[in-house]
Write a protein that binds this ligand. Structure first.
Ligand code: GAF
Length: 380
């Protein structure tokens, strides 16, 4: 059964009628540009063939009645006139938050019956939350024809996450979920929100390897990284780290702690790598793709300190096989989660074999491997 038919029949069971709409929003994998989004910089993600689905019908009143298939069919009801953050059914805070920010723009919004499911692995750094937020906005658009485009949907999702759910994330995840293109990666300027797509060369498979190290410390350490970047911004006297040049940073080295210096060095060099990667992929310069992804990983490991040992080992194992023919690095916010590899298709089996052979033996963790495709965003 496809996700679509599965969710539609679950809707009928829960609400006694067929849904009016069934919509989907994808998760994402980031090829390069990590922790650059909230520094006004550049990111280069792709939307993937894992996502969140919602079946829904309109209601005449202001009640949201939602069933979460992935939480044992747990049901949650609330009124649009009284939206509170809840501890139990905490998954519902995403929909509560998105409704809250939507109501600021569309105060007369009506309620909905809905069923939600998804197949983005949770806590793996592949943006299950962002895809949920974007899917909720899309659902309201499909039900009530509200006037929201993809960029606005992404900004609403981010605002819900920042102000209601409580995570100070940047704009990358929601924006790629809304605006991704099939077969392409998307360079996003996180300051102007300008977008440029480029095809992912057919010779590569997008392999995502989940370390199955559950992301720990995500919120606290994420926020610490943000503060350290802000400290560097203050010392350097720039609007954001996107405006700082590496020479400028080096010259100011003695004005800041060694840690803040390394955090800023990651962001500044990562922005440069991200722009270079766009050209390298576009021109199919394989050795450069390989080098840039390797440098990005090293910078996340040594300067930004967001990788964990099993992830470093995975990257090392895979890099050994693909050499300069492909690229590999950790993807997402860090502290566990996934590795992304652009693997020449003829080496896929070999990579899988070598990971099977060495990853568990060296770390005690068992990986999950997803061969992904770049997909269309929910509003693209
Ligand atoms: C998480 C955040 F949600 C993104 O905004 C981004 O900062 C990413 O970590 C790191 O690049 O996914």
């Amino acid at each position: 059964m496809t996700e679509n038919t599965h969710i539609a029949s679950a809707f009928e069971t829960a609400f006694g009628t067929a849904p009016t709409v069934t919509i989907q929003a994808p998760g994402r994998v980031n090829l390069i540009g990590e922790h650059t989004d909230y520094n006004g910089g550049f990111v280069f993600p792709a939307a993937i063939n894992f996502g969140t689905w919602i079946s829904a019908s309109p209601r005449d009143d202001r009640v949201i009645d939602v069933v979460a298939l992935d939480y044992d069919g747990e049901r949650n009801r609330f009124s649009l006139d009284n939206i509170e953050h809840v501890k139990e059914a905490s998954w519902s805070n995403y929909i509560r938050g998105v409704c809250k920010v939507l109501l600021e723009v569309f105060p007369d919004l009506k309620g909905a019956n809905l069923v939600v499911t998804g197949n983005v692995p949770q806590g793996a750094g592949l943006s299950s939350s962002a895809s949920f937020e974007v899917a909720i906005v899309k659902m309201f658009k499909a039900l009530y024809n509200i006037d929201v485009n993809g960029i606005q949907a992404a900004l609403l999702g981010q605002k819900a996450e920042n102000t209601f759910v409580g995570c100070s994330c940047g704009i990358m995840d929601q924006l790629i979920s809304a605006m991704g293109k099939k077969g392409e990666a998307m360079l996003l300027d996180c300051r102007s929100l300008a977008i440029q797509h480029t095809p992912i060369p057919d010779k590569y498979a997008i392999m995502i390897i989940n370390s199955n190290v559950k992301r720990g410390l995500v919120d606290s350490e994420y926020n610490v990284r943000r503060q350290q970047c802000e400290e560097a911004v203050e010392i350097l006297g720039v609007q954001s780290l996107r405006d700082a040049h590496i020479d400028h940073l080096n010259a100011a080295k003695s004005d800041m702690s060694e840690v803040v210096f390394r955090r800023a060095r990651h962001v500044i060099t990562e922005n440069a790598r991200t722009l270079e990667m766009f050209d390298a992929l576009n021109e199919e310069r394989t050795a450069d793709v390989s080098r840039l992804m390797a440098e990005s990983h090293k910078s996340m490991r040594d300067d930004f300190e967001i990788t964990v040992k099993p992830i470093d080992i995975l990257v090392e194992i895979i890099a050994d096989v693909i050499g300069e023919q492909g690229g590999v690095r950790m993807t997402g916010g860090g502290f566990g989660g996934c590795v992304v590899a652009l693997v020449p298709k003829n080496l896929l089996n070999q990579v899988e074999e070598i990971v099977n052979k060495h990853y568990y033996a060296r770390t005690g963790y068992t990986q999950s491997i997803y061969i992904c495709s770049a997909e269309q965003g929910a509003f693209a």
